[in-house]
Design a protein around this ligand. Structure first.
Ligand SMILES: C[S@@+](CC[C@H](N)C(=O)[O-])C[C@H]1O[C@@H](n2cnc3c(N)ncnc32)[C@H](O)[C@@H]1O
Length: 355
């Protein structure tokens, strides 16, 4: 029987070394000795166990929400090289021989320009693939919510992966596409909106992003993040030497203070702190730790900018230091960090204090 012995993780093209370093590090912590396959600018990384050793346990041990650089994480079979005259049969055989069945089938490609050219091929294969798999019982109505991912890295190279409900991105390609709100002063606005989607279950938005809450935005100008806070009905201290968008200021919900975000202290406890200042990760972490230890906010979203080469190392060190500083101060907090679709050379951190 065919055993899915790999993790297949999607990422932003260019971040393969970071994702590979993360998987090696995290796998190592679990006592797993996998081999990474990471081609620069390919938009994905494979982390392979020895043949015959199923990767399901590893997949459960590294939930997608705990990974920083992975947009999607699948348990995958070894890649297939296809003959252009018959792409269908090897795919169907690999699925049928594995014994796994699925409720849905998604064909996907890396987030690269070259891969966009594969959309015609995927369209042409959709029906024949689905009907063959249905006939063989591998695609059916009830199959534990499992999804089969057919990952095309080239017209003759495909890898089949399995995703499970509760441990996957529900977005094709692991990419959350959001519509740009035209009234927002900058495109950065989408980073905060995506962060909320990522870190706060939608049924908790009413309570955790509530009308009347008090927030601070450090490095706020021209106001993309402040706009999101105001859009939820919050009152905002916008800290920045630069100018804020006049229309946003005219709404009366924002107090603009031309101060240093690293030194400013709020006049009272706030509900939210957000920060998009471009500075060294260690400086931002120290400032966030101060806020959280003093309980100046209950939740925070901030970015760590990553212009350096070893991005996984910088993120891991920064987050470990933050955890340590909070633990030393006896402050309980849940910390998550993800490389979001709208992030570029940066990652987004969310912290929520426990009561
Ligand atoms: C990436 S921009 C923020 C964009 C903003 N989030 C938006 O959506 O429009 C970074 C901002 O940080 C500000 N900044 C840099 N250092 C700062 C500091 N020490 N205190 C306050 N603001 C700072 C800059 O003036 C700049 O406006």
């Amino acid at each position: 029987m065919n055993v899915p012995n790999e993790l297949l993780c999607y990422c932003r093209p260019g971040f393969e070394p970071d994702l590979a370093a993360e998987l090696l590090h995290r796998g190592g912590q679990l006592g797993i000795d996998g081999v990474d396959h990471a081609e620069r600018h390919s938009g994905f990384v494979r982390y392979a166990l020895p043949p015959g050793q199923a990767a399901n346990e590893l997949h459960r041990g590294l939930p997608l929400t705990s990974l920083v650089f992975a947009r999607q994480s699948l348990v995958a079979f070894p890649p297939l090289s296809l003959d252009r005259n018959d792409r269908l049969s090897p795919i169907v055989s690999q699925v049928v021989e594995s014994g796994w069945s699925f409720e849905t089938l998604w064909q996907e490609t890396p987030d690269t320009n070259e891969a966009k050219a594969l959309s015609g091929l995927m369209k042409a294969l959709k029906r024949p693939l689905e009907s063959s798999l249905k006939k063989r019982g591998a695609l059916r109505r009830k199959a534990g919510g499992r999804r089969l991912h057919v990952w095309w890295s080239d017209g003759d190279c495909v890898q089949l992966g399995i995703s499970f409900p509760g441990n996957r991105s529900e977005e094709p390609g692991g990419i959350r596409r959001l519509r740009f709100p035209h009234a927002a002063p900058s495109r950065s606005t989408l980073k905060l909106e995506e962060a909320w989607h990522e870190f706060i279950p939608i049924d908790q938005w009413q309570e955790r992003l509530a009308v009347g809450m008090q927030a601070a935005d450090l490095g706020a100008a021209p106001g993309g993040w402040t706009w999101q806070l105001v859009n939820r009905g919050m009152q905002v201290y916008a800290i920045d030497n630069g100018p804020m968008n006049p229309a946003l200021m005219a709404g009366g919900m924002v107090e603009h203070l031309r101060e240093d975000g690293f030194a400013w202290a709020p006049p009272m406890r706030l509900d939210w702190l957000v920060c998009d200042i471009v500075d060294q990760p260690s400086r931002v972490i120290d400032m966030m730790a101060r806020w959280l230890v003093k309980r100046w906010c209950r939740e925070a979203v901030f970015n760590l900018k990553l212009p350096m080469k070893q991005r996984w190392r910088a993120v891991h060190e920064g987050l470990s230091r933050l955890e340590l500083m909070l633990a030393d101060a006896g402050v309980g907090a849940d910390i998550s960090c993800r490389h979001l679709y709208h992030d570029r050379e940066e990652v987004t951190v969310h912290v929520r204090l426990r009561d």
